[in-house]
Design a protein. Sequence first.
Length: 101
Amino acid sequence: MRITDKDVAYVADLANLELTDQERQRMVKDLDSILTYIDRLNQLDTANVPPMAQVCGTDGRSDVTPFREDTPRPSLPHEEALKNAPAASADFFRVPKVIEK
């Protein structure tokens, strides 16, 4: 097993999650299973396999883009944006603290 209980506890702490012992043991098993499967996939030779999907294009054509043209346009003035803020400090939006340790 490559994933340990310590690894899961560390990631859960980073994500600010509280896991029970049962949840932590299940995560160890599930994550290890996922990584083992990825290792199996990495053993496949895909050098001669053409891509099966394109980021842009519809109907299988890569020359058609579903997006609008990227043209510059004026943005909202800074002062006007700050008028919409419930709280501001100097030139910045004030927001409540969201991470507590």
